[in-house]
Design a protein around this ligand. Structure first.
Ligand code: FES
Length: 111
């Protein structure tokens, strides 16, 4: 398990998403008020970046810009069609105004 110190919370505006590439993981970071959520950036319906979608603050979700599937930011589960599979989620904490993300290390033999 590796904890990454990403950036200051102020660097991501509330109600927006930002994409990062970390250790081969493309991740969408989404800020809602003072919380940050992280999920796999690629929509499970097609190869589209979720960080270019629309943040639905009231539903704690992000809507894919291509066909409008809505993904729950806490679970990665699709809340609407056409997506039917979840996207991965990652653990994020905000400490002393900095955003930290935890990635589970994948054992050598399963890579
Ligand atoms: S590509 Fe995301 S809903 Fe179709």
């Amino acid at each position: 398990m590796t904890v990454h110190d990403l950036f200051a919370l102020d660097e991501i505006e509330a109600g927006t998403a930002r994409k990062i590439d970390l250790q081969g993981h493309e991740i969408a970071l989404v800020r809602i008020e003072n919380d940050v959520y992280a999920l796999g950036d690629t929509c499970s319906h097609a190869d589209v970046s979720l960080s270019e979608g629309f943040v639905e603050e009231d539903e704690c979700a992000i809507e894919c810009s291509r066909h409008g599937a809505l993904f729950d930011l806490k679970s990665g589960e699709p809340l609407s069609l056409p997506a039917i599979r979840p996207v991965p989620v990652y653990a994020v904490t905000v400490t002393d105004g900095r955003v930290h993300l935890t990635i589970e290390d994948v054992p050598e033999e399963s890579q």
